[in-house]
Design a protein around this ligand. Structure first.
Ligand SMILES: Cc1ncc(COP(=O)(O)O)c(C=O)c1O
Length: 380
């Protein structure tokens, strides 16, 4: 049997050790230091002008601090995309607010702008108050319809916190995901486009917002010689060791993005003639996904198998795959949350699978994965 093929494994450039060694040599073994500053600078160069970056301990921490920065308080409502990983929504509950889930549209699988506006109007009419923030997600690296979402957000004057955890390098109309909203959350978890082992960042609009985010990320310590606290803060800064990994990873970020897109291109060609398997592609040239994971929908009527049968079969052949995210409005923990649903995410959840796309996935791996799927189609 072939080696096991994973969805998206961490892949080191070889430059990471140098920065880690430097941290040890200079005894910067703390959650601040030269690597943290330089990693932020690298990210700021990547995101371009008018964007500042705060390196944090996780993408989840970035989302949490984004909500703190937006002043979301207990009892507030926050609109969140339902079709996502739980970390998009959980920080809403950390601040004592209530998530209101909005379903996806077909083209991007992300927040449906029409349903978003419907939800905002309905929440205002039901509660007498506007939702405090909107959290769209660029799922699997596919950009959400940011023009329409931003237009609605501006119309109702509700700030946007983008969950771009899966979308480092993705672009919508030539602009990088994570830079549309007031704040953008990135993740550098072990399975993401680049990794710091665990880590994340908040993309913020200016130096003042950066200063304030860092203040909340370091226990909200006031500028006194002793420890004075006038607000509640968090211990969310990135370690200087992890940031060393991040600096090394930045040297291969462009290669990683290119590789994911290359792998997607291979799947696109290979799946072209297979009836009943639909690979998710950019809806049009406005969208330039990073294809963090490549995803397919399976039409059981045509293939004779569903996503779970395929997942089990691929697993037996040494191929990791994963069902699409189970929508938040279907999660027991969120059963009482208000939701605005059109059936899209439930349908996708019932038919979809993520396929390997990471830096270790070779051309021959893609060939092998698709040939195994083809065999199943033939032998149904
Ligand atoms: C959509 C989404 N949001 C948020 C996160 C949270 O990031 P982290 O794992 O770095 O906390 C992740 C990934 O884990 C994610 O996929």
């Amino acid at each position: 049997m072939n080696k096991r093929i994973y969805l998206c494994l961490a892949h080191m450039s070889g430059n990471e050790q140098k920065y880690i060694q430097e941290a040890f040599d200079t005894n910067w073994v703390v959650p601040l230091g030269p690597n943290v500053n330089a990693f932020e600078e690298d990210l700021e160069n990547f995101f371009g002008e008018n964007n500042k970056v705060v390196a944090l301990s996780a993408g989840t921490a970035a989302l949490h601090l984004g909500l703190v920065m937006l002043g979301v308080k207990p009892g507030d409502e926050v609109i969140c995309q339902s079709f996502t990983f739980c970390a998009s929504a959980n920080p809403v509950t950390y601040v004592g607010a209530k998530p209101v889930f909005v379903d996806s549209e077909e083209d991007t699988w992300n927040m449906d702008p029409a349903l978003l506006e419907e939800a905002i109007k309905d929440r205002i009419s039901k509660t007498g108050r506007k939702p405090k923030a909107i959290i769209p997600v660029h799922l699997y690296g596919m950009p959400a319809r940011m023009d329409e979402i931003m237009a609605i957000a501006e119309k109702y004057e509700i700030p946007v916190l983008e969950d771009a955890a899966e979308a480092l390098g993705s672009e919508y109309k030539g602009r990088k995901c994570g830079t549309f909203g007031r704040f953008g959350a990135m993740s550098f978890n072990g399975n993401k486009m680049i990794t710091t082992s665990g880590g994340g960042a908040l993309v913020v609009p200016d130096a003042d917002a950066k200063k304030k985010t860092m203040f909340y990320a370091t226990q909200a310590r006031e500028p006194f010689p002793y420890y004075q606290h006038e607000e509640i803060g968090y211990n969310y800064r990135m370690s200087n060791i992890c940031a060393g990994i991040g600096r090394g990873q930045m040297t291969v970020l462009d290669e990683h993005i290119e590789h994911h897109r290359h792998v997607h291109g291979l799947y696109e060609k290979a799946f072209a003639g297979i009836d009943g398997i639909e690979l998710k592609c950019n809806p049009n040239s406005d969208f330039n996904a990073n294809f963090w994971l490549c995803t397919i929908l399976i039409d059981k009527e045509k293939t004779g198998f569903d996503y779970e049968q395929l997942r089990v079969a691929l697993d037996a052949k040494g191929i990791e795959s994963r069902p699409l995210w189970k929508p938040m409005h279907m999660q027991p923990v969120y059963k009482d949350a208000p939701c605005y649903i059109n059936g899209t995410s439930e349908r996708l959840f019932g038919k979809g699978l993520c396929l390997p796309a990471g830096p270790y996935v070779s051309d021959s791996d893609v060939e092998y994965i698709v040939s195994e799927i083809k065999k199943m189609c033939v032998s149904k």
